[in-house]
Design a protein. Structure first.
Length: 126
């Protein structure tokens, strides 16, 4: 997987400084598959952009004014495909069935500019 994008909505439950949420939506990925032998590419498949679905869960915790940490898990549901691998000369080398599903885990730290009771971001005034 060379690149991915998620288009999701989420709904959650907040208590005190913690937020638990579930999310779902669409996923788009850009794939390229190569067959390597001794570090050299002997065959490759065409670059492929595919759409699928995604679901996930996450937890975010505010530990100081304007600061929070979070962790999130997402599963991407992408179809299985039979892919033709070709040599650099264009000859079909092999066919292989590739599972496109992917699991993502993300950890983050956030700083929120502005917000209720904390004022606006610092800006120079002349």
């Amino acid at each position: 997987m060379d690149a991915f994008g998620l288009f999701t909505g989420q709904v959650g439950y907040a208590w005190n400084n913690a937020l638990f949420y579930v999310k779902g939506g669409a996923a788009v990925v850009d794939d390229r598959h190569d067959i390597l032998f001794g570090g050299a590419v002997v065959a490759s498949a065409n670059t492929d952009t595919r759409w699928g679905a995604t679901v996930g869960v996450g937890l975010e915790y505010g530990f100081a004014p304007n600061w929070s940490v979070g962790i999130e898990y997402d599963h991407l549901f992408l179809d299985n495909r039979t892919t033709a691998f070709r040599t650099p000369a264009g000859v079909v080398f092999a066919n292989d069935r590739i599972n496109g599903d992917a699991d993502l885990i993300m950890a983050r730290i956030n700083y929120r500019f502005g917000g209720y009771g904390y004022g606006a971001p610092v800006a120079a005034r002349y």
